[in-house]
Design a protein around this ligand. Structure first.
Ligand SMILES: [Fe+2]
Ligand SMILES: [Fe+2]
Length: 263
């Protein structure tokens, strides 16, 4: 069984599909994960299950992958188990996710009526790209990468997945911009939609798995340091952030009123 604790989850699920169903039943969404390189032991730890739930889950997994072998779990530090609300710095990142998700929700409607030969429509795509690059990437992702992730092992599987999502998102946005320049409507639409799919999954992983795990691992002192570092960045960016919030609201108004006209 110990050997399986160090085995990448994708390998385990492909050999024992029932393990994927068991994990999903515990809210651990490894089956659709793009990478699947995290070892089984880390995955269970990172989700912060209650000790009795973790033991029951590991016993059930053990019965599938190594029947007849006893399951022995190493003791976790007390701080790694209890679930609580987000710490103040983590809460600011979660709030930023809400604005990013509001923008992302509008992309299908914007691209459905997109005319790449119309100047207004092109400017709208440029403005959406500016939001993604400035608010989502330069402001939000930079706080994650430079300050939060920097306090953990950058080479760990879970963080590699997060960096890869950020990089894939940037590549989609660049491809959408290139497509806009050559007036290729499908190129713009496909790449912006692909970006929204990456970010939706990415934000879900951060809100539901990564941030709660990081919050359990951070010391009170580290939380305080992050809080003041974020506050500095937030106040320098506050005017711009206000403009981006207004931009999202104006897009929502425009597309909501279009819906009303159609209705
Ligand atoms: Fe992220
Ligand atoms: Fe994020």
């Amino acid at each position: 069984m110990n050997e399986y604790l160090r085995t990448p989850i994708r390998e385990i699920i492909s050999r024992f599909p029932q393990v994927g169903s068991l994990l999903e039943a515990h809210g651990i969404g490894c089956v659709p994960c793009s990478l699947g390189t995290c070892p089984l032991g880390d995955i269970v730890d990172i989700h912060g299950l209650a000790p009795e739930v973790e033991l029951a889950l590991m016993t059930a997994i053990g019965a599938i992958v190594a029947p007849g072998e006893a399951v022995v779990l190493s003791a976790r530090p007390a701080a790694s188990s209890p679930k609580k609300g987000f710490s103040p710095p983590m809460k600011t990142l979660v709030d930023e996710h809400r604005l990013i998700l509001r923008l992302i929700a509008l992309v299908p409607a914007v691209t459905a009526s997109l005319d790449v030969h119309a100047e207004d429509d092109r400017q709208l795509v440029v403005a959406i790209v500016a939001f993604i690059r400035n608010y989502a990437d330069r402001f939000h992702h930079a706080k994650e990468e430079d300050l939060l992730f920097a306090r953990f092992d950058r080479e760990s599987d879970i963080l590699q997945v997060m960096y890869e999502d950020h990089a894939n998102g940037r590549a989609c946005v660049k491809a959408a911009v290139d497509a806009l320049e050559r007036r290729d409507p499908a190129g713009v639409t496909d790449n912006l939609i692909a970006y929204t799919e990456i970010l939706k999954q990415h934000i879900r992983k951060e809100d539901e798995i990564l941030y709660p795990w990081m919050d359990r691992k951070l010391s009170t002192r580290q939380v305080g340091e992050l809080f003041s570092a974020f506050r500095k960045i937030d106040s320098a960016f506050s005017e711009e952030a206000g403009r981006y919030e207004a931009f999202v609201r104006s897009l929502e108004d425009k597309f909501a009123s279009n819906d009303a006209e159609v209705a």
